[in-house]
Design a binder for this molecule. Structure first.
Ligand code: ADP
Ligand code: 5GP
Length: 189
């Protein structure tokens, strides 16, 4: 069986990558979502083992110690990490894997798996980004501020990505990402 391929979506918080990722997963059936581990609280509508594996800080630290992660980062006061088991399952099983990780995580995945495709989702403007993040109603004023603080660093890192897609209207962004991903997978389904 051919090895699965890796596709990484990354963007500043609120740019729309989770929304785009969900849509892409609906459209490309050979693509599976890489479920990360996190210590952040579960949001309304999220499910254990579907959106994340929700862990305590102690569980996460034990995972780091036991080498369970391909990469991990502390973001906005919480830990987030890509599990080796998710990646190995895909690489050996033949499923293609879609990652939704921060820019540092994306670059770290690329260092370890140079054949991974890195797609950066660009907000149309910082103003729109703020509007979307505020509209999502998941952040208190402090985490909203912390998420925005990282935006210049994140935008700077887009140069290291294989492709940059602006999420202006959702439909056209999804169509563009879908074409890029299908081309990478060489999958005409
Ligand atoms: P991220 O995963 O990058 O943090 P989300 O996918 O959660 O971002 O999107 C942030 C908010 O913006 C959500 O409420 C989502 O519905 C909204 N959104 C995403 N893309 C668009 C778009 N193209 N136009 C308007 N709103 C959008
Ligand atoms: P959220 O709390 O909004 O779900 O995610 C916050 C940030 O953490 C997003 O940029 C998301 O892509 C990133 N993230 C989620 N999982 C991982 C992971 O496993 N590793 C890294 N480095 N970032 C992650």
């Amino acid at each position: 069986m051919a090895a699965g391929k890796l596709v990484v979506l990354s963007a500043p918080s609120g740019a729309g990558k989770t929304t785009i990722a969900r849509e892409i997963l609906k459209r490309i059936s050979s693509l599976r979502f890489s479920v990360s581990a996190t210590t952040r609280a579960m949001r309304e509508g999220e499910r254990e083992g579907h959106d994340y594996y929700f862990m305590t800080r102690e569980e996460f630290a034990a995972g780091v110690k036991n080498g369970l992660f391909v990469e991990w980062e502390e973001l906005f006061g919480n830990m987030y990490g890509t599990l080796k088991s998710e990646v190995e399952k895909a690489l050996h099983g033949g499923d293609h894997l879609l990652f939704d990780v921060d820019v540092k995580g994306a670059l770290s995945i690329k260092r370890q798996y140079p054949e991974a495709l890195l797609v950066f989702i660009m907000p149309p403007s910082v103003e729109k980004l703020k509007e979307r993040l505020a509209g999502r109603k998941t952040e208190d004023s402090e985490t909203f501020r912390i998420r925005l603080e990282r935006v210049p660093m994140e935008l700077e890192q887009r140069k290291a990505f294989d492709r940059v897609v602006t999420n202006n209207t959702l439909d056209s962004a999804v169509t563009e990402v879908e074409a890029i991903v299908r081309h990478h997978l060489n999958n005409k389904e």
